[in-house]
Design a protein around this ligand. Structure first.
Ligand code: COA
Ligand code: AMP
Length: 630
């Protein structure tokens, strides 16, 4: 089939408003938007400013009203606990509307924030949809973050209520969420009015009297009650999702609801090629943007069945786990991160664990979250016999910037490139002075404003940071902070971040945040964290520390304390496993630490002596520390 991509993409740029108003027809509006875009509102304009709708209505109520209440909406499959459960649309709606009534009892109203710190359990989705129903703004925090990171998010979002569970279940251990939450509330300057806790039999938690409430007891008491969908402006926030910035303070990405729903609904058919009634399996986590968009919202907006998988690609119980789930529920597409495929490939290079799993309904494997290395893509293509589609996006955009749209007809694949810009994304490469570069030339990947529907309009509580982080670097453009190039065929290649963000197992982390944690160690004078190549996780962090003069304990002892400190301050998700002591750090004459050169040395890549280096001997110290490590 010839791809309709070029014609569709051109239409989205030539008549932006007509394109997105047409796409908006896929959504149920209480008041239909007459205007697609108002350039006078917000930092760069707002989408569907006169539309009124509700995200929960679109994900649940409308399907039940249309007679599809018996269709499976959510399949929960949890190899770590042995649980499996299917919720029909009618059942899920029932759970959500009665939980929304419970939230109302706690005073939660339109515009209030609700932090959700929960593992991959159905109740987490119930909480998210209940917020959407009431017009409350949810902010889900990934379970692998430590109390300190959770505290930063509580401080910024100032939630009225926090939803949590007693524990998460990792293959190697149970993660007690409650002590982490208690500590986070102790550390933050804002106290929620209530905590609603789901007790899990694997590890129960103690409730704080007066503040904490048992989820199951509330649910039992609320049986038969329901709350109605609040009519919301399309420009109202649906959620805040915090992501790593260049400092330790996370950025609160705001997602407004109208444009997001329109973009997601469009993407389900055009990018993922999935139709109403089909099953979509996104093996991510609801704590990340991929989970928000393609576990929670998009599949249900499109009337599909979504799978909530509480397990890992390997070890729960083996490397065939993702295929087992895809086959058991007849998923037509699987979406995960390249790191998951690398982990499977390492455990099961011949794909023996695939045997016995019927994947005949699976039409494609989608990868995102980090660069998809050609060797991994190639391996998966051969093994699965379906297209392996790399696509690239950011927490900020909420959906793919660059992809190969299966639903419009695939373009020829070029390994190493997520293919071409999606509608509404006018992607260009600029040099550091802001000039467009020739095809094939490396530069800054930017998007000409406005961003399409679904992308962030601002940062929570910080319009100024929104402008300075994204809009002022290259006036008229959104700065992705990725470096890359566009080839003669218009294929975009993402090569590296231009800031201090690293990507560890598809998780976005700030080396600056880890450095802040290390610098708080009393024996550390200064430090640098770089992301070094990791065969499974893509990158992993490595710390270099200079100890204060006069410290008389052994470096090995302090290095161990630093590893513990990062785990406690940032969280296990950082996978910070090693710190190396050096006598000094390589710096420029103006005092800037040469992190890029350190990383190249650590990765054994070719590097050149920076002209501005103050003390070349410091680079030898890095080399010596690495040699001792090996
Ligand atoms: N709650 C609490 N802790 C968590 C957690 C959660 N939700 N998720 C991960 N962690 C912990 C893990 O237990 C581990 O702790 P440990 O140091 O005690 O072992 C640590 O955080 C690192 O976890 P992870 O990155 O998952 O590494 P892993 O070695 O356990 O597993 C992979 C490696 C590749 C299997 C795993 O990273 C993976 O499944 N990646 C897919 C990533 C993904 O879907 N990304 C979303 C973007 S699309
Ligand atoms: P996150 O906000 O966690 O989704 O991370 C976004 C960043 O991950 C992007 O800015 C890229 O650096 C990187 N990224 C995500 N998907 C891809 C991809 N398919 N190819 C290359 N880099 C990617």
């Amino acid at each position: 089939m010839t791809s309709r991509y070029r014609e569709v993409y051109r239409a989205s740029l030539e008549d932006r408003d007509a394109f997105w108003l047409k796409a908006a027809e896929a959504i149920d509006w209480f008041e239909k938007p007459l205007k697609a875009f108002d350039p006078t509102l917000g930092a760069y304009g707002r989408w569907f400013p006169d539309g009124m709708t509700n995200a929960c209505h679109n994900a649940l109520d409308r399907h039940v009203e249309d007679g599809r209440g018996d269709q499976a909406a959510l399949i929960y499959d949890s190899p770590v606990t042995g649980a499996k459960r299917t919720y029909s649309y009618a059942e899920l709606l029932n759970e959500v509307s009665s939980f929304a009534a419970i939230l109302q009892d706690f005073g939660v109203r339109k515009g209030d924030r609700v932090v959700i710190y929960m593992p991959m359990v159905p109740e987490a989705l119930v909480g998210m949809f209940a917020c959407a129903r009431l017009g409350a703004i949810h902010s889900v925090v990934f379970g692998g973050f430590a109390a300190n990171e959770l505290a930063k998010r509580i401080d910024d979002a100032r939630p009225k209520v926090i939803l949590t569970a007693s524990c998460g279940v990792e293959p190697s251990r149970k993660v007690a969420y409650k002590p982490l939450l208690d500590e986070a509330i102790r550390l933050s300057s804002h106290a929620p009015e209530a905590v609603i806790l789901l007790q899990r039999p694997q590890l129960e938690a103690e409730l704080v009297s007066g503040r904490d409430h048992d989820w199951a007891t509330l649910r039992e008491a609320a049986r038969g009650r329901s709350a109605q969908c609040e009519p919301m402006r399309a420009t109202d926030p649906l959620y805040i999702l915090y992501t790593s910035g260049t400092t330790g303070a996370p950025k609160g990405v705001v997602r407004d609801l109208g444009g997001y729903m329109v973009a997601l609904a469009w993407s389900m058919e055009a990018i993922y090629g999935v139709k109403r009634g089909e099953t979509f399996f996104c093996a991510s986590d609801i704590g990340w943007v991929v989970g928000h968009s393609y576990i929670v919202y998009a599949p249900l907006l499109a009337g599909c069945t979504t799978i909530l998988y509480e397990g890992k690609p390997v070890g729960t119980p083996d490397a065939g786990a993702l295929c087992r789930v895809a086959s058991e529920y007849g998923a037509v597409a699987l979406f995960t991160a390249p790191t998951a495929i690398r982990a499977v490939k390492k455990e099961d290079p011949q794909g023996e664990k695939l045997a016995g799993h019927d994947l005949s309904r699976m039409r494609a494997l989608f990868l995102a979250g980090e660069r998809a290395d050609p060797a991994t893509v190639d391996w998966a293509e051969k093994l699965l016999g379906v297209p392996v589609i790399d696509h690239c996006w950011q927490t900020e955009t909420g959906w793919a910037i660059v992809a190969n749209p299966l639903g419009l007809g695939l373009l020829p694949v070029k390994h190493g490139s997520p293919t071409v810009p999606m509608p509404g994304y006018d992607v260009t490469i600029l040099d550091d002075a802001g000039h467009e570069v020739a095809p094939g030339t490396l530069g800054n990947i930017v998007i000409r404003l406005p961003l399409p529907p679904g992308c962030l309009p601002t940062l929570w509580n910080d319009e100024e940071r929104f402008r300075s982080a994204y809009l002022t670097g290259f006036p008229g453009y959104y700065q992705t902070s990725d470096a890359g190039f566009i080839d003669e065929d218009g294929y975009v290649f993402f090569m590296a971040r231009t800031d201090d963000i690293i990507n560890v197992a598809g998780h976005r982390l700030s080396t600056g945040g880890m450095e802040e944690a290390i610098a708080s160690h009393p024996d550390v004078a200064e430090c640098a964290v770089v992301g070094v190549a990791d065969t499974i996780k893509g990158q992993s962090p490595l710390g270099f520390v200079v100890l204060k003069a006069g410290v008389d304990r052994t470096p090995a002892e302090i290095e161990r304390e630093i590893v513990t400190l990062v785990r406690e301050r940032v969280g296990p998700v950082a996978s910070f496993k090693q710190a190396l002591t050096v006598p000094r750090l390589p710096k420029t004459r103006s005092g800037k630490i040469l992190r890029g050169t350190i990383q190249k040395i650590a990765d054994g890549e070719a590097w050149t002596m920076p002209a501005t280096i103050e003390d070349p001997g410091a680079l030898d110290d890095i080399g010596d520390a690495l040699a001792d490590r090996r």
